[in-house]
Design a protein around this ligand. Structure first.
Ligand code: SAM
Length: 264
């Protein structure tokens, strides 16, 4: 009888230990799922979506397709079109950014180099533009354009979809013309971009104005000023809003600055 009772107690104890262990495992699994869930929650996916988007959503907007090179059919040719200056007055952009002669500027999503070359014209001998793109074909075209114009202060640089592959604290100004809305990983890109900025360095988002229905660009390639601010002012990036430059007829230029710990 006593032996039977003893076996019962031991079994009970064993059962309790096993279920407590199981609970712990489930708890850990839940936390892990939660942390990966918060990661997956950052991006959500929908089957039904805008055909010009990739079906991936971030902070309430769909991410657009990356513009392909396709020189003959569009892409680089469209970026280099003769009417661009008349339509978009992009030369005003470089002049409005208060560039210092010896600045190191990263032109992210440089494409075939139209903007990089305008920025380079604002710099002196000590300054340079790092022209970053994820498409080697765009960079090859950019190199050809630089050679044709004998421009030596623009350095082509191959980036990755999650990172521009720039050194930390190395850049005074980051310029992103019509590209941020097509970053496949905007959060990861922003983390790396902000690391690449020097303290007090600036980052400029140049996006077609969503607020203006007359801007003749597909809606998925537009961003409102409020959306840009919502995305850029996340705690992790340590940015503060500086100004919105409104000299361009189609795009707004929303500028932020990397916080300097000493000047809080
Ligand atoms: C619409 S084009 C704009 C080109 C240029 N900024 C201009 O206005 O002439 C966008 C470019 O960004 C590039 N791009 C897309 N995602 C990128 C990323 N994560 N990092 C760097 N470049 C990217 C594309 O390959 C494409 O060449």
């Amino acid at each position: 009888m006593l032996i039977q009772r003893g076996i019962q107690i031991t079994l009970c104890f064993l059962f309790l230990s096993v279920s407590l262990f199981a609970q712990n495992v489930t708890k850990t699994e839940k936390t892990e799922t939660n942390s990966s869930a918060s990661h997956t929650k950052r991006y959500t996916y929908r089957k039904k979506h805008n055909p010009n988007g990739i079906g991936k959503f971030y902070m309430g907007r769909e991410i657009a397709h990356v513009m392909g090179f396709g020189y003959r059919a569009g892409g680089a040719k469209w970026l280099e079109r003769e009417t661009r200056e008349k339509e978009e007055k992009i030369s005003l952009l470089a002049k409005s950014l208060k560039i210092q002669k010896n600045d190191v500027i990263a032109d992210i999503g440089a494409g075939s180099g139209v903007i990089s070359m305008l920025l380079a014209a604002q710099l002196g001998q000590q300054g340079k533009v790092i022209a970053v793109d994820v498409q080697q074909k765009m960079l090859d075209r950019l190199k050809k354009n630089l050679k044709a114009k004998n421009i030596t202060n623009v350095k082509p640089h191959l980036g990755k979809s999650k990172s521009p592959q720039l050194a930390k604290n190395s850049v005074d100004l980051i310029v992103m013309v019509d590209v941020y809305h097509e970053f496949e990983y905007p959060y990861e890109m922003m983390l790396h971009l902000c690391q690449a900025l020097k303290k007090g360095g600036r980052i400029a988002f140049v996006e077609y104005r969503m607020e203006d229905p007359k801007v003749p660009i597909k809606i998925i390639h537009k961003m409102s000023e409020a959306q840009v601010k919502k995305e850029a002012l996340q705690e992790a990036f340590q940015l503060k809003f500086v100004e919105t430059i409104t000299v361009l007829p189609r795009q707004h230029v929303v500028v932020f600055q990397k916080k300097d710990d000493k000047k809080k």
